[in-house]
Design a protein around this ligand. Structure first.
Ligand code: HEM
Length: 419
């Protein structure tokens, strides 16, 4: 086995590591002409790996642990502390089951119907120019809250709008300028307080017949010893449903880019919608940058692509790089709506590592995203309504998607015009 080559490029802070762009790790690989690369990062060393085979190894608990791997600033904004993302082994499996048990086919269908109704209502109201990003942000927040059993009627419109925006600033505050980070931390605190009050209320006043809804599931969730989760942790987990669903705002704005920046993808999809819709959605998840990388620590010496990564190394799996891996993906930098025809379902319902936008592997045993199916249903609803149900014209705008911003979406937030 070969020694991992080290790049001379110095990474001096978290902002530089993640915010300097989705292509950074690819550039480091180029710098050393190898698929595995080591770089100095503050006082630590970081080893970057990518691709389907590397992902298989990364998800194997015999080789890697997630405990202690996630940088603190990310926990303080994006994920929250002591949530499912930070657990390993039995404890993780037990907690993750609460999430996966929510995702039954019936509940997914209820979510899809609710979202379709809410998107239609919002689109019906639009006359003139509007930002698809803002519309999606509002609709996704109200829909997922309702689906989770949260009654938003108790809160005034300003508070609801603020909470909807918080779900995005918690993400952008994870790795960004100090000012945005402080805002991300403040907005997370406000959201956690909101979620804690909801959990406490749900514990005090259980509603018969609502036990299966996310709010009540997390209010009643226990640890491995059968004790109720601390209210703070239950709130973090409730937000682990709300925040990432609202984050789909970003993918909806990127869908705006796919469909309206140029018309060719729109026309191809409209002409053959039923056949292409799911493949188009999977290609969107692959092609556009979103979640950049995942960290873990080796628990023993590990071989990746013929290179030896010693025990106790801090390793990141480059998700964006994996989804653009020229070794396994034909013309990875081209958007091809047909790429996943015939295998769109396998990509998101089987254990797999071929496309890693939301992680890979087994849903219950591993850290793979619990919301992949909600994501698919959301993107199905939006693509259907944008392509088939309404007509838009597209104002002049800046469609640039900056590669050094997290999360990233078109500068114009996808402007559309409806009569
Ligand atoms: C906006 C689109 C989304 C993206 C890009 C995304 C991405 C990811 C990624 C990369 C992970 C980590 C995978 C790993 O550590 O191996 C993850 C985990 C997770 N996601 Fe998502 N996700 C999205 C939407 C959702 C939705 C809609 C939900 C919930 C309804 C959700 C809930 C979760 C949870 C609970 C975890 C932690 C799983 C665990 O640690 O076992 N995500 N997601």
């Amino acid at each position: 086995m070969k020694k991992v080559p080290e790049t001379k490029v110095k990474l001096t802070d978290v902002k530089e590591l993640i915010n300097s762009g989705y292509n950074l790790l690819g550039e480091l690989r180029k710098d050393v002409s190898a698929p595995v690369v080591k770089a100095s990062f503050l006082t630590k060393e970081i080893t970057a790996i990518y691709g389907e085979e590397a992902a298989r190894t990364f998800y194997n608990p015999e080789y890697f642990t997630r405990t202690g791997a996630m940088p603190k600033p990310v926990l303080k904004t994006l994920f929250g502390e002591d949530g499912v993302q930070t657990l390993d082994g039995e404890e993780h499996h037990h907690r993750k089951n609460y999430f996966m048990d929510l995702m039954t086919p019936d509940r997914m269908e209820e979510y899809r119907e609710l979202l379709a109704e809410n998107v239609s209502k919002e689109l019906d109201k639009q006359h003139g120019e509007f930002e698809l990003f803002d519309l999606a942000n509002r609709v996704l927040f109200t829909t997922i809250s309702e689906w989770a059993g949260i009654n938003l009627e108790k809160f005034d419109t300003k508070m609801v709008e603020k909470l909807a925006r918080n779900q995005i600033s918690m993400i952008s505050g994870a790795v960004t300028s100090p000012i945005d980070h402080v805002k991300g931390v403040t907005d997370r605190k406000e959201s956690e307080k909101w979620a804690q009050d909801l959990i406490e209320e749900a514990r005090k006043h259980p509603v018969p017949g609502k036990e299966h809804l996310a709010l009540y599931v997390f209010a009643n969730a226990t640890n491995l010893d059968g004790e109720l989760l601390p209210v703070e942790v239950a709130a973090v987990e409730l937000l682990n449903i709300i925040r990432p669903t609202v984050a789909l705002t970003v993918w909806v704005a990127l869908m705006g880019h796919a469909l309206f920046a140029k018309r060719d993808i729109f026309e191809e999809l409209k002409a053959n919608f039923d056949n292409l819709q799911d493949s188009f959605i999977q290609e969107m998840r692959r092609y556009y940058p979103f979640f950049p990388m995942l960290p873990a620590i080796t628990v023993r010496d590990v071989e990746v692509d013929g290179y030896l990564i010693p025990k106790d190394s801090w390793v990141v799996l480059d998700l964006y790089g994996s989804n653009h891996d020229e070794r396994t993906i034909a013309s990875p930098d081209q958007f091809d709506s047909r790429r996943y025809v015939g295998k769109a379902k396998d990509i998101s319902y089987e254990e797999q590592y071929e496309m890693l936008a939301q992680g890979g592997g087994k849903f219950r045993e591993m850290h793979r995203c619990a919301g992949e199916w909600i994501t698919l249903h959301s993107l199905r609803v939006f693509s259907d309504q944008l392509v088939n149900k309404y007509e838009f014209t597209v104002p002049e705008q800046d469609w640039t998607i900056p590669m050094n911003q997290f999360p990233t979406y078109p500068n114009s937030k996808a402007l559309l015009f409806k009569e």
